[in-house]
Design a protein around this ligand. Structure first.
Ligand code: NDP
Length: 303
């Protein structure tokens, strides 16, 4: 029998986190501080609309207030800024979520800088990024924060171990590397200019793939027994590529939705090598949403 990696069930961990938040959210509501999330969605990107829906649904489940301003794809930076400033002023909005990516004419950096750092539940404001760098975290980007919760609850040891993060984005790769370093792992960050990626990733006891390239990390990239976290969320429309990437039973999605959702890890070749692996879907995605809820409840508690 071939060995197969233990499934790191992000969806179950996310449910547990949300359950833990339920009482705190209710207590705040009784105290007249019902946690509230203000969402800004600009344009008509279908994936962004799906993400916003999952986040507002999570608010509903927990009894959080939420409101979404949906601006047209042609919106100017000034219009987006005006909405952010409105949310900054509102007492019923404790957390602000600007769904990325914004259309190209909008100055994303300026918009993220305009968010009140005390309401910056996504952890993208330079002040919150700086606090994370200094190991005094306030709001930390939800995806890497969710991965840390998963690793902690699954008992994955980090101190003294080799961690490799593939990807260096502000949203995932960089904060992930900082959090792993602060947990005393020895961290290497890889990117598109890294030479001989497999030689580096094979050193990892804990490997995090945040690349945005379906199935890039294959069995030969993974050290036997490693813990592999797959952040990628890729829509694969090509049937031949999909057949290579996902189990046959998931191919029905091709007909139903026109694509299959797959990670950056090629599960068929990695699962027999890794010790543990997060699935896609049902791994990192739900954790991201759970941590957004956690940050929003915390913002309300500290308001
Ligand atoms: P970005 O595109 O911002 O960053 C991708 C990173 O991967 C870059 O640093 C890039 O390097 C690196 N990269 C690209 N190609 C290669 C390669 N061939 N070898 C090594 N490194 C490479 O993406 P994000 O960080 O925003 O997202 C990464 C993935 O995670 C995406 O699939 C995204 O959809 C998903 N995601 C999932 C979330 C969830 O909740 N599950 C949340 C956020 C993102 P360079 O810097 O040199 O360009």
């Amino acid at each position: 029998m071939t060995a197969t990696a233990r499934k790191l069930d992000g969806a179950a961990t996310a449910r547990a986190i949300r359950e833990e938040l339920r009482d705190e959210a209710a207590a705040l509501a009784r105290d007249g501080r019902r946690p509230g999330l203000g969402v800004l969605l600009v344009g008509d990107d279908p994936a962004s609309a799906v993400y916003v829906k999952s986040k507002t649904r999570a608010c509903d489940e927990l009894g959080l207030f939420h409101e979404t301003h949906h601006l047209p794809a042609t919106a100017a930076t000034a219009e987006v800024l005006a909405r952010v400033e409105e949310y900054n002023r509102r007492r019923d909005v404790h957390g602000i979520l600007v769904q990325l990516p914004l259309p190209s004419q909008v100055d994303t950096e300026k918009v993220l800088r305009a968010v009140d750092p005390a309401k910056d539940v996504d952890g993208f404001h330079p002040e919150n990024v700086g606090l994370l760098v200094q190991k005094r975290p306030r709001f930390v980007a939800c995806t890497p924060a969710g991965i840390m919760e998963l690793l902690r609850r699954e008992g994955v040891e980090l101190a003294g171990r080799r961690a490799v993060v593939v990807g260096r984005s502000d949203i995932v790769g960089k904060p992930m590397a900082l959090l792993l370093m602060h947990a005393d792992a020895t961290v290497t960050v890889c990117h598109s200019r890294t030479r001989d990626l497999a030689a580096v990733t094979r050193e990892a006891d804990v490997l995090v793939a945040a690349i945005g390239r379906a199935g890039l990390i294959r069995g030969e990239h993974v050290k036997p027994g490693a813990v592999v976290v797959d952040v990628g969320m890729n829509r694969v429309e090509d049937p031949a590529a999909a057949r290579d990437l996902v189990e046959p039973e998931r191919l029905v999605d091709l007909e139903k939705k026109g694509y299959v959702l797959t990670g950056d890890v090629h599960a068929p070749s990695v699962a027999p090598v890794a010790g543990a692996l997060t699935p896609v879907p049902g791994g990192v995605g739900p954790l991201t949403i759970a941590l957004l809820m956690k940050n929003t409840v915390r913002a309300a508690a500290e308001a």
